[in-house]
Design a protein around this ligand. Sequence first.
Ligand SMILES: [Cu+2]
Length: 110
Amino acid sequence: MPGMSVTAGSEDTTSSSLHSPAVKDEIRKRLNRLQGQINGIQRMVEEEEYCVDVLQQISAVRGALGKVASKLLEAHVNHCVYQAFTTGSDRERLEKIDELISVFDRSLKS
Ligand SMILES: [Cu+2]
């Protein structure tokens, strides 16, 4: 599916799915809205609108993208991480911990 690179790389339903149709649907809707907002920013730049207005739109997009990340992280912890800790192996649990630490590290640098 275009634009859903979070699912790329594995068809393994236990470790990389978007968990439920409801979560996937919510994320899809938020991303569609974001695409509209980004197109709006493009248009504002083309039409040479006031810089501060463009910057405000950029802030809004960052906020909205942050909500997508937060929704996905919540679903991931409740599903993939939960699974690893209830039915997975030690190795799977350690992998999930390492992944969360590196995601957190990267979020501190952005
Ligand atoms: Cu997950």
